[in-house]
Design a protein around this ligand. Structure first.
Ligand code: ADP
Length: 239
């Protein structure tokens, strides 16, 4: 579904993405992992056209989309930091979203599983952090798009809501979607991901199955495997 070739992005002298070559499958769950500053958000933003790469190409569904925007209508994106108009209610935001992007929507499902009904008519500014995240998820995922990008989706969620989100993600995979997740919660990646994409200083250090990553590193869980990579690459530097 997505092919990236020779993608480069620098911010002044900071070469953030270094000649990234990558092919993502049509469906499945891919966890994008890596230390802070390794380029995960920049890569996601390149997918979304929110950051323009300096060079390279990005092909989505067989078409080069670098610098284009129409394809974004097929992408559901949950951003890490969501800013809402504080004086609108969740119900008003959901209606607004439906007007902006027509098509079938599934907000009723999220309202039910996140127990949001009684929060819908309160102003966004008065909601707790966890409730705001539930509204953020509802707004981001209510459309039925083939590609779902989730930047730190578990932030602020209580365990029951996190379970509901996981169920939703797994169901979407069964329906043939491609889901791309960044998370610091390695157990979430371990529970969900078919493939792990590990970025280190703007390079793809590993791209493959969780099983292969554990085998490569001689470890029995993701946390240990990543600690192993980071220890062995302490000297790893482009400086
Ligand atoms: P990650 O998501 O893996 O933590 P980012 O993609 O956010 O990494 O950042 C990668 C590098 O790019 C960091 O060194 C960061 O400071 C830099 N960077 C990100 N966005 C900008 C920006 N808008 N302007 C300048 N530097 C940026």
């Amino acid at each position: 579904m997505i092919t990236i070739t020779n993608l480069n992005k620098s911010y002044k002298k900071n070469h953030v993405l270094r000649d990234i070559n990558l092919e993502l499958p049509q469906s499945g769950i891919v966890a994008l992992l890596g230390p802070n500053g390794s380029g995960k958000t920049t890569l996601l933003k390149c997918f979304l056209g929110m950051v323009l790469a300096d060079s390279g190409d990005l092909v989505f569904d067989g078409r080069s989309v670098l610098g284009q925007y129409e394809y974004r209508a097929k992408v559901s994106y949950l951003s890490q930091i969501a800013r809402f108009p504080e004086n609108l209610t969740a119900r008003e935001l959901i209606s607004l979203m439906k007007e902006i992007k027509p098509g079938e929507t599934r907000e009723a499902n999220f309202i039910k599983v996140f127990n949001l009904e009684k929060e819908l008519d309160k102003k966004m500014g008065s909601l707790s952090g966890g409730t705001r995240q539930k509204v953020n998820i509802t707004l981001a995922l209510m459309h039925d798009d083939p590609l779902i990008i989730l930047d730190e989706p578990s932030t602020g969620l209580d365990p029951l809501s996190l379970q509901e989100l996981k169920k939703f993600i797994l169901k979407e995979r069964e329906r043939g979607k491609l889901i791309l997740i960044t998370t610091h919660i390695l157990s979430l990646a371990e529970d969900l991901a078919d493939d792990i994409l590990f970025l280190l200083e703007g390079d793809i250090y590993f791209n493959g199955s969780l099983k292969d990553l554990l085998n490569d590193q001689g470890e029995n869980n993701l946390e240990n495997a990543i600690a192993h990579i980071l220890r062995s690459t302490k000297e790893y530097s482009h400086a």
